[in-house]
Design a binder for this molecule. Structure first.
Ligand code: NCD
Length: 352
């Protein structure tokens, strides 16, 4: 396995296939370990992980905090409402306050694109060792969600070897508000890197056809694509035509705030055209899993019956699996960042 080279984790566009393999392999080990209560792993003992969430979150924040605690780190949480931000303190000064208190890792979520990157650059410029992990920035990127979705799919296709190869040649359909989704963008980098062919599907106002070229070139500021042979990306506006042949379907939260921007006219129509239900999934031609990053609008992106179809062995809906996998994936990320000075091989060897 190659050396882990990412000091900060800001965007999956910079990940090689070996990077995905390192995260998935480590997460799989963490997943199988009993790490609750007194059996926490000592890996991050004495380290401080601060979660700076300037935007609401249920799953991401709590699973980062649980992941940090399971590795024995100390955790400090920042909430904008009860902080000095409301007294006018700048975002960078807020971040520096946590650095001054000894934070080794800042997990940052912000409604504006590039805030985690700007913080990382500012910390680098002043010679700080603190690393930044993007917990979701604007419409841009949500790396830990992309990785936990990747792990959930790899585990579904090959439970004993949930590695990037499990995705090769799979057709993954992503449905919904692609335009405003940082989750879709991170999934596009992750899935195509592992050789999956991605079909994007949504109404034209929420899915511009230019998305077909999304992974054709690295994003601004990155000169090379570390993955030479990505899977394909295609765009469809008709769900019933896109379903046949899909190996998995991921649907995204319909952001109701878009209605006020006149990008959608009515939710019933959206559900009729793009909502998932058991009967519609029959079009895939075989039983396929359904994913959703949450939070779900029950009865909009999918029916309540499909959302509740979560049986451990035969259930179609993997939403709870995704939530469960969020913890080992975030443990893997925190662990690799803390061990960034050594090689990923050494990191894996020390987990046993
Ligand atoms: C998503 C997010 O915040 O980007 N949720 C999540 O992190 N699980 C998706 C969303 O808000 O729709």
């Amino acid at each position: 396995m190659s050396r882990w080279t990412h000091r900060h984790i800001l965007d999956l566009a910079a990940f090689s296939r070996e990077d995905y393999a390192a995260v998935l392999e480590l997460a799989h080990r963490f997943r199988s370990m009993p790490v609750t209560g007194a059996r926490k792993l000592p890996a991050l003992q004495g380290r401080l992980v601060a979660t700076l969430f300037f935007e609401p979150s249920t799953r991401t924040r709590s699973s980062f905090e649980l992941a940090a605690r399971r590795l024995s780190a100390d955790v400090s949480s920042f909430s904008p409402g009860s902080s000095s931000l409301s007294k006018g303190e700048s975002l960078l000064d807020t971040a520096r306050t946590y650095v001054a208190m000894g934070a080794d890792v800042l997990v940052v979520r912000h409604q504006c694109t590039s805030v985690p990157q700007q913080l990382a650059e500012a910390l680098e410029a002043s010679g700080e060792r603190t690393v930044v992990l993007n917990g979701g920035d604007g419409l841009h990127s949500h790396p830990s969600q992309g990785l936990l979705d990747l792990y959930t799919l790899a585990h579904h296709f090959d439970p004993l070897h949930p590695l990037p190869e499990a995705l090769r040649g799979k057709r993954i359909l992503i449905v919904g508000d692609i335009l405003h989704s940082r989750v879709a963008r991170s999934n596009l980098w992750a899935l195509t890197a592992c050789g999956a062919d991605v079909v994007l599907c949504g109404p034209p106002s929420l899915l511009p056809s230019a998305f077909a070229g999304f992974v054709d070139a690295p994003p601004p500021g990155q000169s090379v694509d570390p993955v030479p042979d990505r899977g394909s990306v295609t765009v469809s506006h008709r769900l019933d035509e896109a379903l046949p042949g899909a190996d998995a379907v991921m649907t995204l939260r319909l952001q109701k705030e878009r209605m006020s921007q006149h990008l959608l006219t009515d939710l019933d129509r959206y559900h009729r055209d793009y909502g998932l239900n058991h009967a519609r999934l029959e079009r895939c031609g075989k039983p396929v899993p359904v994913l959703h990053p949450g939070p779900v609008n029950r009865g909009v992106e999918m029916t309540g019956a499909l959302l509740d179809d979560t049986g451990r062995h035969s259930g179609r809906c993997l939403v709870e699996e995704q939530v469960r996998h969020g913890i080992p994936i975030r443990m893997a990320l925190l662990y690799l960042m803390a061990a960034a000075e050594s090689s990923a091989d050494a990191a894996l060897a020390s987990v046993g």
